[in-house]
Structures are given as C-alpha cells and as structure tokens.
Ligand binder design. Structure first.
Ligand code: HMG
Length: 393
C-alpha cells in the first residue's frame, strides 16, 4: 500500500523582525546573521497566538469537509506546548471541528516530534487504509532577549494529512534512525526559554546526519545519484549545508553536487524568512522546495533529515506523485508570507516580555489586530480561552 503526504500547509504569525535591525540593536555585524547564520526575517508570535492557535490556523487552511470526516487520529508534535497534562491536539480538534470518533494526543522529542508523528501515522494508515491522520507540528522558539540563540528563534506551524494513495508524496519504508542521550539543547519544565550548548548542538547535528545517512545507504543501497533533493531540519539555514557539504563532496559526482546544492537553496527560502519553528522546520523546508521548484518531476526521490536535540535523528525518503503541484497552495503561502507586518526590535521585545496570568485571574486580549481566524482571546481560572472567528461570521 502507498502511504504518505496527501496534503501539507503552514501558518506563521503575521509579525516579523528584520534580522539586520536585530543585529544593529545587539551590536552585531548584520552580515553575521544574514550570511553567517543565513536568516533574513524572524517570525514573532503576537500575544494572541500560541502553539495551539498556530496549529489550528494551519489545519483550518488545509482541511475540507471530507478530510474532517475521515480524520480519526490527530497527532500534535510540539516542544513548546501550553499544558503539561491536556494535549494541544484536543484543543485543535474542537477549534477546527473534527469528528468526535478520533484519537488525539501530543508527542515530544524536541524538533523530531512531528517526524515521530508521521511514522506513527503511517502505521495507523497501514491498519486502517480508509482513514486519514492529521499531524500537526507547532512551536514558538524562545532562547531569550540578547542570548546567543536569539537570532535562531521563530514561530509557526505545519499541518500534514497522511493517507493511503497520497496526492503529494509517498513515504518509502526504508528509514534510518539514531538515539543518543546528550545535552545539546533542553528546556526544563520551569523555564519558558531553552538552554543550549550552541557549538556542541551544531557538532551533534552534523554527526547525526553522517550516522543516519551511512546507515540509510547500507540499508537501501541508494546513493546521492538516486536523490533529486535533500531537505533538512532548519534551525537556521546555514545548518543543513554544514552537515550536507562534506558528505556530498566526498561521495557525490559534480552533477550530484550541483543538483542537490541548488535544490538545498530552494528548500530554505521559507525558513530564511520565518526562523526556527522547531518540529515543523523540516516540513516548512519541504514545502519551500516543492513550492519554489517548478522543475521537480513526479517520481523524484526527496531525502528528509529530521533532528531533535537530546537527541534523535532520522533519515527517510519520499517519492513525488503525479500532479503533486496541483495539490499545493503555493500562491496562498507566498501571499501569506509577504502580507506580514514588520515590527521594530522594541515592539518584538515588548511582545517577548508579555506573560499570561499564573494566579487564576482573568485577562481579556484584544484580537482585533490579529488577522488569524483562530486566536487566543484570554484566560480565566487558569483556562486558556480561544475563538474561531469564522464561526462568529
Ligand atoms: P554564535 O556564537 O552566535 O555564532 O552561535 P558564531 O560565532 O558561531 O558565528 C556563526 C557564523 O557566522 C559562523 O560561520 C561565523 O564565521 C559567521 P560558520 O563558521 O559557522 O560557517 N560570521 C560571519 N559571517 C559573515 N559576516 C560576518 C560574520 N561574523 C560571523 N561579519 C549558534 C551561533 C547557531 C550556535 C547560536 O545562534 C545558537 O546557539 N543557536 C541555537 C542552537 C542551534 O540552533 N543549534 C543548531 C543545531 S541543534 C538543532 O538543530 C536542534 C534545535 O532546533 C532544537 C530542537 O531540536 O528542538 C536547536
């Protein structure tokens, strides 16, 4: 049975900071962020968006009534969830209007969460070929104002429908994965910003790619010549390149190198103007590749490298399906990115400092400037309150 990505879309908040302005405010050479790190803009979530609303907005854009009826499993990957107990999937289930005969839960392994969800979804479809699975990847990356990781923050969500006979990409069965208990990046429950050993995390990311690529080659017998493109988890757009280049140069022909490096550039265009969205980053990169590349033919094999600090890595692959381009929302996505509003570094800092009450008191938020259909409208008695504005229209 062919199982894979039937639909895929993203939602990012409508505010961003320009990286050159952030660099100037921090006394850093702007080229360090735009060239050294490879980031142009950083998405900023307004106070009225959290990981639930980002994912719900991504899903709302993607699903039609037939999907809503067929989806019987909702898997929500996040490492910046809003509750230690209740899963974000249950909130999205209600906000988007999914069928009640469904399983809903949240999973976590840093930026690897959504990949775990997709692999689980494949198993579910193998047992239930008529059903569909909604996999959500949603995060707000926070390292702290003026911290070394600040320029690698971001916010956004990707929603994917996994089904039999998918319209976009069949996920192949061979996959290589690796787990190692390391402290390269982590966030204890008491902290709303991540701790990171930046240089060590870069080294581990590269080592994990080398390990799973070698394992995958041995399992599959495939090499770079069999791939049209490789997509990476993108904490910042220079990172994938650092992992890819040495191996590609050692093993690939000149032709392989040109093709794969050219496609790498296409795969990072969205990430460059959004920043790190943690578990959704790999899938935002896949969308960027598919929506920036008119020439990628059906039948092309795409490699996907997923990395979640702590750490788990996986290399797996997909084959593009006939007419896949007709099932993407390229124009809507590009319009959404270009309609965002630039905010000053001061505005970003003030949004960053905002906090919801933790004493049970009530707060009502003004959502009039938030263009998203689904917003956080406040909090009362320790319960977040959400609205789907489309239901009020
Ligand atoms: P840093 O200390 O700010 O930067 O840390 P740097 O000094 O390493 O410089 C970065 C690059 O800019 C270097 O290039 C410099 O040469 C260059 P490289 O040698 O790497 O090619 N540079 C310049 N280039 C042009 N003009 C200039 C200039 N000056 C310097 N004037 C770091 C950077 C990414 C470590 C930091 O931002 C950080 O800690 N970020 C968070 C951690 C991270 O993103 N790690 C990535 C791997 S781990 C991962 O992906 C998992 C993660 O997503 C979490 C999860 O799984 O949940 C993070």
């Amino acid at each position: 049975m062919k199982i894979g990505i039937d639909k895929i879309g993203f939602y990012v908040p409508n505010l961003y900071v320009d990286m050159r302005e952030l660099a100037t405010a921090r006394g850093i050479e702007p080229d360090k962020l735009t060239i050294g790190i490879g980031q142009e803009k950083m998405a900023v979530a307004p106070f009225t968006q959290d990981t639930v609303t980002l994912a719900a907005n991504a899903a709302l854009n993607l699903l039609d009534e037939a999907d809503k009826k067929a989806i019987d499993l909702i898997i929500f990957g996040t490492e910046s969830g809003i509750d230690q107990s209740k899963s974000a999937a249950v909130y999205v289930h209600e906000l988007v209007g999914l069928a009640s005969a469904a399983r809903s839960f949240e999973i976590k392994q840093a930026c690897y969460g959504a990949t775990a969800g997709i692999q689980m979804a494949k198993g579910h479809i193998a047992l239930n070929p008529d059903s569909k699975v909604l996999v959500l990847a949603s995060d707000i990356a926070r390292y702290g104002l003026n911290s070394p990781g600040e320029s690698t923050q971001g916010a956004g969500a990707v929603a994917l429908v996994i089904s039999a006979d998918p319209k976009i990409m069949v996920l192949e069965d061979k996959s290589a994965y690796h787990t190692l208990d390391i402290m390269d990046f982590w966030r204890p429950s008491y902290s709303d910003t991540a701790f990171v050993d930046g240089k060590f995390s870069n080294e581990q990311y590269i080592l994990f790619f080398e390990t799973v690529w070698k394992q995958y080659r041995a399992k599959s017998g495939l090499a770079f010549k069999d791939f049209e493109a490789l997509c990476f988890h993108v904490p910042y757009t220079k990172m994938g390149l650092k992992a890819l280049k040495p191996t590609l140069q050692a093993e690939g022909t000149k032709e392989d190198q040109e093709r794969i490096l050219e496609n790498y550039q296409k795969s990072i265009q969205y990430n460059k103007v959004v920043g790190n969205i943690y578990t959704g980053s790999l899938y935002l990169s896949l969308l960027s590749l598919l929506e920036q590349t008119a020439g990628l033919e059906a039948g092309s094999r795409i490699g996907l490298f997923s990395y979640g600090s702590g750490a788990v890595g996986e290399f797996f692959t997909g084959i593009l399906q006939p007419d896949y381009q007709n099932h993407l929302n390229s124009t809507q996505h590009k319009n959404h990115l270009s309609a965002r509003r630039k905010i000053s570094v001061e505005e970003y800092e003030s949004i960053f400092r905002q906090e919801l009450p933790i004493d049970g008191s009530t707060i009502e938020l003004d959502t009039s400037k938030d263009l998203a259909p689904i917003c956080l409208v406040g909090m009362t008695e320790n319960k977040r309150q959400y609205v789907n504005k489309q239901r009020m229209a």
